[in-house]
Design a protein around this ligand. Sequence first.
Ligand code: COA
Length: 167
Amino acid sequence: MSGKCITAVYPGTFDPITNGHTDVIGRAAGLFDRVIVAVAAVGGGKNPAFDLGRRVELARLALAQWENVEVRGFDTLLVEFARAVGARVLLRGLRAVSDFEYEFQLSGMNRVLAPELETLFLPTAEQHAYLSSSLVREVAALGGDITAFVHPEVGAALTHRFGKSSV
Ligand code: COA
């Protein structure tokens, strides 16, 4: 062992966190000394359904079982956040080939901005490959059963947010 303490940052919008994210994070918790789940205030032109504080809170509830996982919000460039927390790795999940083009672009931009950071990809477990936060929100908004996709506390928050309203 090199004795190096490696921190990985796993960024996203997490609107809300799903079991697909949790699967990637749990596996990362076994690979890195510290994993920081970085919840972006805004990302990719999205208009989140949950505000930043709530997205952070729900991610903390869903990830409470891992002692080396922290959840933090950020509203700066990702690379600035990663530098501030002493990270060496930017971690992203890949669900399908269709994710690759955007992820390759993101990692290329981040490499130019911060060459000392490495982007690593973990493939999403196949049973979660179809999941996305927006699909889960849509199912919740239309009254569908979301228990297979999210932590129970997240499910309750979705029901409260969308329960009886339209999308
Ligand atoms: N399981 C289930 N769903 C997954 C998943 C997994 N393992 N991995 C990704 N997803 C889904 C997300 O739920 C999300 O679904 P949605 O689009 O329906 O909401 C989608 O895949 C991708 O979203 P996410 O992983 O949250 O990434 P993002 O594209 O929203 O995040 C940031 C992009 C936040 C990383 C990027 O905008 C960023 O770095 N912003 C900070 C500002 C910055 O530095 N900008 C310059 C970047 S070069």
